[in-house]
Structures are given as C-alpha cells and as structure tokens.
Design a protein around this ligand. Sequence first.
Ligand code: ZN
Length: 448
Amino acid sequence: MKLYDTQSRDLKEIVSTNGILTMYCCGPTVYRDAHVGNLRTFMLADLISRTVALSRVKVRLIQNITDVGHMSEDFAEDDKILSQATIEKVSALEIARKYEEKFHSDLSQLNIGKADAYPWASESIDLMQSMIAELIHKGFAYVGGDKTVYFDARKFDGYGDISGNKLDSLQPGHRYEYHNDGAKKFHADWALWKTAGERSEMIWDSPWGPGFPGWHIECSAMSMDLLEKHVDVHVGGIDLRFPHHENERAQSNAVIGHEAVDVWVHGEHLLFEGKKMSKSSGNVVLVSDIVARGIDPLALRLCFLENRYRSQMDLTWNSINAAHETLKRWRSKMSEWGHSTAITVDPEMESAFKNDLDTPKVILRLREIEKSELTNKRELFMFADQVLALDLDRPIAVRELTEQMQTLIDERAKARSEKRWADSDSLRVQLESLGLHVKDTSDGQIWT
Ligand SMILES: [Zn+2]
C-alpha cells in the first residue's frame, strides 16, 4: 500500500515489520466533544488498518488520550482540561473521563475500529520523565532559568523537515506555547517539563521540581515505548504538522539516534458549509447532531469517503442527507441481490484503496457496479465494505404504519389535492414527529 508521506512529499510504500504494521495516531485532548472534523482524522487510521487487512497484514495501533499538558492557544498559560473543569465545576479527571467516553462512543458510531491501546498522558508521567532525563543526558535538553525543561531546537539537525518550517526562518513572534521571557535559550525551544508555578492541580514531582509534562513529549514517550522504538505509519491532522509533529520527531529521533517514523500521514481540514468549523463561527457539528436529525451516522462516514483524506473538503447538510439516501438505497439493493456472504475481490477497487486511499474512486466504481448488468454485485459490494465499513449488508428495518400515521397520510393527500398547503405542511410536521419522513414527488407523497 502507498501513502502520501508529508516529510518526503511523495507517495511511499508502507512496510510492516514482521507482518505487523505499527501505527500511531495522535488522539484527542479530552476537554470537549470531538467535532466531525476531528473524527475525519481519526477515521484515517481505521482506513489504513482496514486496507492493509485486505493483504492479511495486522496492525498495532496506539492512540493517546491527552488529559494533561495541552495548553490553550488563546491563553498562553491555560491548560485546556483545567479550564473546562472550572467551567463545569468538576475535577479535571472527571472532565477527562467524561469526554473520553464520548470520544469512544463517537468512534464506534462511525465504525472506526478500536486502537490496541489508549494510553493516558496522566498515567504515563514516569515514561515522559525518563525520556526527558535521557534528552538532558544526551545534550538535547536543558533546564531553563524558570526551572522548566526545554528541548534545545538548534541541537537537532533536521528540524523542520516535515513542515518545511526551518529554524532560521522561524521568527520570534510566531505563535509559540510560551512567551519568551528569557528562560529559554532560543525562541523555538519548547517545554518538555513545565514547572508547576502557581498551579496546584495535575502536578507531579520530578527531578526538576514539581510540574507537569508538555504536550509534545507525550506522543514521543508513548509511541517509542508501546511500539518498540519504531513507527511504520504516523497519523494526525494537518494542523498538528507544526509544531506538534516537528517537535515529536525531534524528541524521538534524538533519543533513539535515527528516524523513528517511516511515513507521516496527515488528514486535511474539514470545512462545514464553506467555513472552518469552530465554536466562534457557531458551526460545530457533532455526531449527536447528526443522529438527532434522524440521519444514520454512517452517512457521515460515506461523505468522508467521497473525498480523499488529503484534500480539503466542504461538508454540508445537503451532502450528509444525500449520503443517507445513498446508504438506504444501497442497503435495500443489497437485500434484493440475495443473502450471500461471499466476497469477490475487485482488482480496480483494491488498487484504488492501496493507492493512497483513493476512496472517491471506489465510490464511483460502486455506483458503476450498481447500474451494471453484473450478477455478482452483492459480492463486489461486500468486498468494498471491508474497508468502507458502511454496514452495506445491514437489513432495512421495516415497521408497520400505525393507524394514526395512515390517517394523517390520507388527510395530507386530501389537503394537497385541495391545494391547502398550510394544512399539508402542518400534517407533515405531525408525521415527522411520529418518525415518518415525507417527500412530495410528481406521483404524490412518499414516505420512509
Ligand atoms: Zn501527538
């Protein structure tokens, strides 16, 4: 399988060690619900796992849960989880566990397979401390004037190889996690261990005094420990390319003495109705919003698949609704096409998956197969669904119309024939509240 490697800016064949592909995916900072844009990135690791499984390659996937140390972008000194704990008036740990649970439920609603481990930052403090100690020992890190431990960016030769942001072009004033108050030697150095200062919650003892870990060291410590010092594929959102992944690479490589990650894969941004999804734009969409509209959450998965992971995509309610209709149609056709559980390999779809996850091509191919005269459509759809995971062979649930529904439908047909549009609209609302979705066609109303 080939994937686009951000560091070499080229397609790269991914190689597994001993038949097991090691993969690391940067996980969520659990202080709020993951919006659908975050989920698009988390789905990327799942698509890679499912594609290599076609070749019987097993995956060992690690995804961290950040429950400490991720500082807010707007307020240089605010920990995202502690701030949310203050707002919700509960402990930081309660916030972290609450949103972690929601994260797992979102993943399962989108058929995103589970990672082999979800290590918590707060439970991996020893691991991070020993890595920091090693970085100091090897001369890559130092204790700053403020007792915070910093990574010495200039000591690491290849800094900037992933993002192209080289140290000599990085000017002070670019957004960093800390203001340069003279505590560190160079403006691009970043904190590995932050001194506790005024902070009293979520702090730990360390050889450098009480404090808490920086966000970037977490991923290095966990991936190097749990994947035995080599990551075949590293996955994350494009926004993490710099500085997070650049810093992570410097830390891991500095400790092990060679390239720790083979392929850096980044998922692109998701727009919603043409705008960046953000709290301030008021256009944040959650999986629960989709479910609340009576839409199958896998319709969202289909929308994502219709776009390649590394192209920016614009999600709209129209596209989600259209995907929902496509899913319903495909599932009902699948039951018309029989009950076989057999799978027929389609070389065209298989090579599209393996060619840097060209899922839009697979979806087009499915539409072609749907309209074709082929006799093994079901078996071909079953093949694609091993990666698409849209539950295409899920039987359509059939429910009987209640007497009340039938009466309202008849009344609405009458209202429409008598051109009483206001009555027709209010009857539609009543029907929808009963769970019946009504659509008007040239042949009259239809419902599902
Ligand atoms: Zn990370």
